[in-house]
Design a protein around this ligand. Structure first.
Ligand code: SAH
Length: 199
């Protein structure tokens, strides 16, 4: 699979049909998803590995990891509607992925890697926390998206969960108009993509 093929495959997947504000359902744009996944793949951290996608939504990150040769992918989301779309997306992409419809807090399991774009905690304060905590329980290495303005909090919280920020990069995250209060058709928000490890 080449990077361009991955991008095209992810572009073909469905997004949220009725995005739920309280669950902060925003899809990672396929171009951004393929670019971050590709770099992780080049690091040798996807092929043959067991990967978790927490708060998978419509499955973009988990399905992308499977397309890049992950041995097993587990996609978790609390929302049945999102999981239903993600299942169809996996079929469409021709990959087998495991799905768990559950609150992230209740996930049990261990893997090599977590790749997640969780809620940023902007609708419900603190909704990003269980993702940071659980991801570091599941895997020794975690890649996670958070809003740039919460950088200080993320670093502190990761430390309190027994982890450390190894590196991070700031990215433009194009957010399309999906909620009634979004004024612009598309807006770029500043997002940080972190690599975390257990200390
Ligand atoms: N990771 C996806 C979706 C991001 S939106 C993508 O990159 O496209 C955040 C997702 O987290 C939503 O699908 C939402 O339903 C899910 N979510 C929110 N709170 C959750 C919780 N407590 N447990 C599990 N999933 C949750």
């Amino acid at each position: 699979m080449k990077k361009k093929e991955l991008q095209i495959k992810l572009q073909e997947l469905e997004g949220f049909v009725n995005p739920k504000a309280e669950l902060e359902q925003y899809r990672t744009p396929p171009d951004l998803a393929s670019s971050v996944l590709w770099n992780i793949y080049l690091n040798g951290e996807i092929e043959g590995k067991e990967v978790y996608d927490l708060g998978c939504g419509t499955g973009t990150l988990g399905i992308g990891a499977k397309l890049l040769g992950a041995e097993e992918v587990v996609c978790v989301d609390i929302d049945k509607e999102a999981i239903d779309i993600a299942r169809k997306n996996a079929d469409k992409a021709g990959v087998e992925v495991k799905f768990k419809k559950t609150d992230v807090r209740d996930v049990e399991g261990e893997g090599d890697l977590v790749i997640q774009n969780p809620p940023f905690g902007s609708q419900k304060r603190g909704s990003d926390r269980p993702f940071l905590e659980k991801s570091l329980e599941i895997a020794p290495v975690v890649y996670s998206f958070h809003m740039s303005e919460t950088d200080e909090f993320v670093r502190e919280y990761v430390r309190s969960c027994g982890g450390k920020v190894v590196s991070s990069e700031e990215l433009n995250f194009p957010l399309s108009k999906t909620m009634p209060w979004h004024e612009k058709e598309e807006e770029n928000i500043r997002v940080r993509f972190y690599r975390l490890e257990r200390s």
